[in-house]
Design a binder for this molecule. Structure first.
Ligand code: COA
Length: 194
């Protein structure tokens, strides 16, 4: 079974799949970002890496991963300006008797500190449990990524522990803090496997 990504509106944000007509705002989001603000941030991307054909390939890839129930990626857009301010992703780990995905989030650095991470994060939990029928969303966070830890706590995710040598990044296996949410944590009923 697969699920269609559906648009969700919050007070200040719209969370939805990216589409071809988003190219100018996607280009602006990646090319005109601020320099890297921390080691967990990304700086601006070179314009030559942000071509329209590259963007169309990304959209096709998102659609393919949706179709195969591998991963669901959403753009986060500011209602007031239409700017693309970040993205959410749900990387499906196991369906079956687990209904379990990784929950990833990024707000692009020009838009930090406005509460968008929390607003999108809360909406993301609902999307995961309702639209994508998941029962467990797991955020895996580098031990010193303080901003991300504050975010998951603020949206009600619960600390579960540390997964050792969990993620291969920057040439090595790194430990990650695990924060988890189940539907009950945000007042929803547990999901049954389908
Ligand atoms: C982690 C990350 C998503 C946070 O995004 P953000 O949009 O800056 O987060 P918020 O604005 O919601 O929260 C940041 C602060 O602004 C505050 N804030 C400001 N205005 C706010 C408002 N209107 N409503 C709520 N909070 C507000 C929050 O309370 C929070 O304060 P705190 O850090 O003291 O708790 C962002 O830094 C990021 O993308 N980092 C790089 C990628 C990354 O690390 N991803 C996670 C990998 S595990």
């Amino acid at each position: 079974m697969t699920f269609k990504r559906r648009k969700v509106k919050t007070e200040r944000l719209t969370i939805r799949p990216i589409k071809p007509s988003d190219y100018p705002i996607w280009f602006d989001a990646f090319v005109n970002g601020l320099p890297m603000q921390s080691k967990w941030d990304e700086g601006p991307v070179a314009p030559e890496k942000c071509t329209k054909s590259c963007f169309i390939k990304i959209i096709k890839n998102h659609k393919h991963m949706e179709k195969t129930d591998d991963c669901y990626i959403y753009g986060i857009f500011e209602n007031k300006t239409g700017a693309m301010v970040g993205h959410l992703d749900f990387d499906i780990f196991i369906r079956s008797t687990h209904q379990f995905s990784n929950f990833g989030y990024r707000i692009y650095n020009r838009h930090w500190g406005l509460g968008y991470g929390q607003e999108a994060g809360r909406a993301g939990l609902k999307i995961g449990f309702t639209h994508l029928k998941l029962n467990r969303l797991e955020a895996a966070i580098n031990l010193d990524n303080v901003k991300s830890i504050r975010l998951v706590k603020a949206i009600g995710m619960k600390k579960e522990g540390i997964k050792k040598r969990y993620w291969f990044e920057n040439g090595k296996w790194t430990d990650h803090l695990i924060y988890v949410a189940n539907p009950e944590d945000i007042g929803l009923k547990p999901r049954k496997p389908f």
